[in-house]
Every structure is written in structure tokens, then in C-alpha cells.
Design a protein around this ligand. Structure first.
Ligand code: COI
Length: 356
């Protein structure tokens, strides 16, 4: 159990008057959680302090070799005014899986959750009230050694910041167009595809820019070896409903094991759907579209929630999905997941954790 000291801000910020205009990750709350790690001593100095810049030596190792990991979580306000988290233990476990791959120290799951809860509890007035908006929580960890040698650092900073946010995509729940990237790759076996590390996202930016210039919201990544099988969309996992069955890439090291992904798979199986986690060739997706069997496509992610896809473009060919509107299964999944998260539906699976 952490001993967290709290230093409150003397200058609280104005809360946003128009929650509809929040956007994603643009505005930050009054406080942040910080904790240091020193080899030989472990994690120490857990503290909540006023939100503000972190002063760092230019030789701090994270600036040079990107030893950095992060998580994405949300706090939701229910109609009764309760504030709750969604499966924070899954984020804590994934954080430690990322830490292990990146040569960084783990944080005990209960300490990670305690840190998040303590900060959200202090910032509970920042949790939005309007439908679809929530408090996005960004835990992250950076290497803080002052050294240019390439090796695992001996000191780290763990931080948690919070941002009241609306929809991740400007489209909201309107279906998005996705560009299938066939030049660059995001991951390959043995690399860090399953980690939430900043480097994965840095490497994706150029392809994302190219897709945006062409009028697409995001890039769909193919496997890094054959550039043949669909993997993920970078800011979300992706699922395909083909002829009544649901297909999604397996989490075998190159795909981020999404918390929303695993929750949606559980719901789908409960509802009797066959869910196939395995290789799905992009050519087969296009063929299914030609044959009228590509019924629905949707992304899943903490920030993106459930994001319907209306078009996939690969090698100059477009696959149009359904009638361009959100499909019935995608809508049911969105309603069920957000219903549980916002407390409108009973939490039969024990996924929700109150912040008290
Ligand atoms: C999340 O869904 O929380 C993520 O971290 C995706 C992010 C890159 C916006």
C-alpha cells in the first residue's frame, strides 16, 4: 500500500463550460500523481502535486532512447453521480507486461490502482457530466537516468495525468474510413507490438499523416512479415463480422491486447457469436466485401470505445461496409459496453470499480 502525500493547488483551473467541445486529450486537470523509482530502493515518494511541467536534464535517457510506456483508462460519472473505473486491474497488468519488455520495473497492481483512484478521487469534479464524455486517465513511466549509455535505466518516474475528454475521432459514432497501409509496418515478431510504448506510436505517425492527407481517419496495419494479415489500427483493435462470424487478430506479440477488445470478445461469446482470433488475410476481407459477406467492421479501444468503419481501402480498391451506417451488432456492443461503463446497465461481470 502506497503512502501518498497530497499537495493541493492554490490556483484551481476553470472547469470547461461546454463539455461538447472537449475533444480528446487537450485539457488537463489540476493535479498529477508522481512516484520515483531508484534501483536498490524501489518505488518511493508517492505524491499528488499541482499539475505542471516536469523539469528535466537534457541528457535524461528517455529523451534519447525512448524507454517509456503508458496506459489509457477512463473514469465515468453515472447518472447518480458515482465515479467509476473500468477493469483497472487489466490496465495495471498490461502496464507491467509492457514494463517487462522494455526493461523497466513493474508496479504492484494494487499500487497502480491505488494511485489512479487517489488522483481521480481528488479530481472527481473534473469527471464530465455529459453523455459520452469521461475523464481520460493517462498513467506513464519514463527512464530518468542522466546518461547517454544505451542500457536499462536505474531510475524512473511514474506519473498519472487526467484529461476530461469527448470522442477520440471527430466523427464520434459516425463510421470512419480506414486506409490499409501496405508500405510501412507497425510491428513484427519479437519487437514491441504488444506493448503500450511511445515508440510504437512514433513509428506510426508518418503512415497516419499519409492516410489523413488521403482523407482517411486512420491506418489499418498488416502483419510485418508478409504484409498480408490484418492486425490493428494503432489507436484501436479491429474486428470484422463476416457471414455471421467475428474475426480479429490474435494477441500473439504483434497486436496490443486491448482491454476493450477482450471485453467485447467476452460479450460476443456470451451472446452466442463464434469469435475467431487468428490470421485474417486482407485479401479475404476484400473478397468478403465483393461477395456481400462483410457485414460489419468496428474498432475497439479505451479512447475510441467502439468505432464503426464504413470503408477500407487497400491497393487502390475500396471495400464498402454495409450501407455506410453503424451496423446493428456494432450499435448493440456500443450500447452494452457504454451502458456498463456509465452505470446504465447492471455490471454482471464485475468489471466496474467505484472510486470512493
Ligand atoms: C487508448 O485507447 O487509451 C489509447 O491509448 C490509444 C491512444 C493512442 C489514443
Amino acid at each position: 500500500m502506497l503512502n501518498i502525500t497530497v499537495q493541493k493547488t492554490a490556483a484551481p483551473k476553470q472547469k470547461p463550460a461546454d463539455e461538447k467541445a472537449l475533444g480528446f486529450g487537450k485539457l488537463f486537470t489540476d493535479h498529477m500523481f508522481l512516484m520515483d523509482y531508484t534501483a536498490g530502493q524501489g518505488w518511493h515518494d508517492a505524491r499528488i502535486v499541482p499539475y505542471g511541467p516536469l523539469a528535466m536534464d537534457p541528457a535524461t535517457s528517455v529523451f534519447h532512447y525512448a524507454q517509456e510506456i503508458f496506459e489509457g483508462m477512463k473514469a465515468y460519472r453515472t447518472a447518480e453521480g458515482r465515479v467509476q473505473l473500468f477493469r483497472p486491474d487489466c490496465n495495471a497488468q498490461r502496464f507491467n507486461d509492457s514494463a517487462d519488455r522494455m526493461g523497466m520495473p513493474p508496479i504492484p497492481v494494487e499500487d497502480f490502482i491505488q494511485a489512479v483512484k487517489a488522483l481521480v478521487d481528488l479530481e472527481r469534479d473534473w469527471v464530465p457530466h455529459s453523455d459520452g464524455a469521461s475523464l481520460y486517465i493517462r498513467p506513464f513511466c519514463i527512464a530518468t537516468d542522466i546518461s547517454l549509455g544505451v542500457h536499462a535505466a536505474k531510475s524512473y518516474l511514474f506519473a498519472v495525468i487526467c484529461s476530461p475528454s469527448g470522442a477520440y475521432y471527430a466523427e464520434g459514432l459516425d463510421p470512419v474510413r480506414i486506409y490499409v497501409e501496405d508500405e510501412y509496418i507497425r510491428a513484427a515478431p519479437g519487437l514491441t507490438g504488444f506493448c503500450k510504448c511511445g515508440g510504437n506510436y512514433a513509428a506510426s505517425i508518418k503512415a497516419g499523416e499519409k492516410a489523413e492527407e488521403l482523407g482517411f481517419s486512420q491506418v489499418l496495419w498488416l502483419d510485418g512479415v508478409e504484409k498480408k494479415y490484418v492486425e490493428e489500427v494503432g489507436s484501436m483493435n479491429i474486428m470484422f463480422k463476416i457471414d455471421g462470424k467475428i474475426y480479429t487478430a490474435a494477441c500473439t506479440g504483434t497486436v496490443l491486447p486491448g482491454v476493450t477488445r477482450r471485453s467485447i470478445i467476452e460479450l460476443l461469446k456470451d451472446w452466442g457469436y463464434e469469435v475467431i482470433e487468428g490470421p485474417l488475410a486482407v485479401a479475404d476481407v476484400m473478397k468478403a466485401a465483393d461477395e456481400g459477406k462483410l457485414e460489419e467492421v468496428f474498432g475497439t479501444g479505451t479512447a475510441a470505445v467502439i468505432s464503426p468503419v464504413k470503408e477500407l481501402d487497400w491497393e487502390g480498391k475500396a471495400a464498402l461496409i454495409g450501407d455506410g451506417k453503424i451496423g446493428p451488432l456494432t450499435q448493440k456492443l456500443y450500447d452494452t459496453l457504454t451502458g456498463i461503463q456509465w452505470g446504465r446497465l447492471p455490471d454482471e461481470k464485475g468489471w466496474v470499480v467505484p472510486v470512493e
